[in-house]
Design a protein around this ligand. Structure first.
Ligand code: DGT
Ligand code: CA
Ligand code: CA
Length: 369
């Protein structure tokens, strides 16, 4: 069987790099993107920082005041996060990246897996060329740098992408996986967070190689079957998880403004019945079934309420949608005093066409990362 060739693209200091692109004059300074909590002037946390600021010890999650003290002696730019704009940029980059993949999976705002096995015919050399072309294209069209890892699976590709940052390109061929992983600290594996790392250290496991040598049965005794098996396989670079195209949408919804603010259930349902029809038409066209039905209400004070109900079995009938929406709006009216201004209907929790096998990432909920 031809080996899989998986690419992971991760953008460098994403939010801060976008800010640099916006204001090129800050490019040579430390740039710190902050989530201000608004309580006092400098309260809040660092979202991310450019690599110049990182040299001064500034890190994601750090209090803004601490970052300021680290950069006291230099001219640095502290900027508030602008998520909407970053999302716009993200969408554009993801559209470009998708064009380079047989199968594509976005993970988070600045990261994506590309399965390129077919288009490179299993060749890691060709994949490296493809990755370089991808980087150039992204640079030309988006003026952004990214780091790329290439491996025989998602796990190795991800760790490879982290190996050289920023603007890196790291290729790990199947016969290099072992020597690549063995010396790395164990917390490079997804799923090994601070606590697990400490626990493993106490067991004498410091590197991925140490973990690979550790008795698999003992790992299962200590971490449980799922996590123990995952750690054992991951330490040897084994990962069968497919690059999974995301469903077109995770939810389908419609929202509308009522003719006048009201608490009259009939007037509300008159409007939401039509929204239900529209949602249902979308559901029908997409050929999905949903397990969750939700309602959204914007009240006269502009506050937003939502309620939802999840069924055991997926449904797709208009009648179920209408009936559930009716029940939920009735409940909501009982629980609040204000009139409703806008109403919405949402379905989510779509049932997949074919059941996919439980994969490694589904273990990760049990662990911190
Ligand atoms: P990198 O990939 O090491 O060059 O740096 P980033 O900044 O791209 O880091 P990454 O890929 O982990 O995260 C992508 C974006 O997510 C980042 O630009 C800002 C945001 N982010 C990451 N960590 C945190 C955090 O701890 N707090 C907040 N608010 N945002 C974060
Ligand atoms: Ca990144
Ligand atoms: Ca990332």
């Amino acid at each position: 069987m031809q080996p899989r060739v998986i690419i992971l693209v991760d953008f460098d200091y994403f939010f801060a790099q976008i800010e640099e692109r916006k204001n090129p004059y800050i490019k040579d300074k430390p740039v710190v993107v902050c989530v201000y909590s608004g309580r006092s002037q400098d309260s809040g946390a660092v979202s991310t920082a450019n690599y110049i600021a990182r040299k001064y010890g500034v890190k994601s999650g750090m209090p803004i005041a601490l970052a300021k003290s680290k950069l006291e002696s230099v001219d640095a730019a502290f900027l508030p996060v602008d998520y909407e704009f970053y999302e716009e940029v993200s969408e554009k980059t993801m559209t470009i990246l998708r064009g380079y993949a047989d199968r594509f999976e976005q993970v988070g705002i600045d990261e994506a897996y590309l399965d390129v096995s077919q288009r490179v015919g299993g060749s890691f050399e060709q994949a490296a060329e493809l990755a370089q072309r991808t980087k150039n294209d992204i640079q030309t069209r988006c003026e952004l740098t990214c780091s790329i890892g290439i491996g025989p699976n998602k796990l190795v590709a991800k760790i490879a992408a982290d190996a050289q940052k920023p603007d890196g390109l790291t290729v790990v061929k199947p016969d290099q996986v072992e020597s690549f992983l063995v010396p790395l600290p164990v917390d490079r594996l997804i799923g090994v967070g601070v606590k697990t790392k400490e626990k493993m250290e106490a067991m004498g496991i410091r590197t991925i190689g140490d973990l690979a040598k550790y008795d698999a049965r003992r790992l299962i005794e200590i971490f449980g079957r799922k996590l123990g098996t995952y750690f054992h396989n991951a330490s040897m670079g084994i990962d069968d998880e497919p690059v999974q195209e995301r469903g077109e949408a995770e939810s389908i919804s419609r929202i509308a403004t009522l003719k006048e603010d009201t608490r009259d259930l009939n007037a509300i349902l008159d409007r939401t019945d039509r929204l239900c029809e529209e949602v249902h038409e979308d559901v029908r066209q997409k050929g999905v079934s949903f397990k969750s039905i939700g309602i959204i209400a914007v009240l006269t004070d502009m506050s937003v309420r939502s309620r939802s109900k999840t069924y055991e079995n997926p449904a797709n009938e208009l009648e179920t949608l209408r009936r559930t929406a009716g029940e939920l709006f009735e409940k909501l009216l009982n629980e609040s005093e204000l009139k409703l201004r806008r109403v919405g209907i949402k379905v989510s929790n779509f049932a997949k066409e074919q059941k996919t096998q439980k994969q490694i990432t589904s273990f990760l909920g049990d662990s911190e990362s």
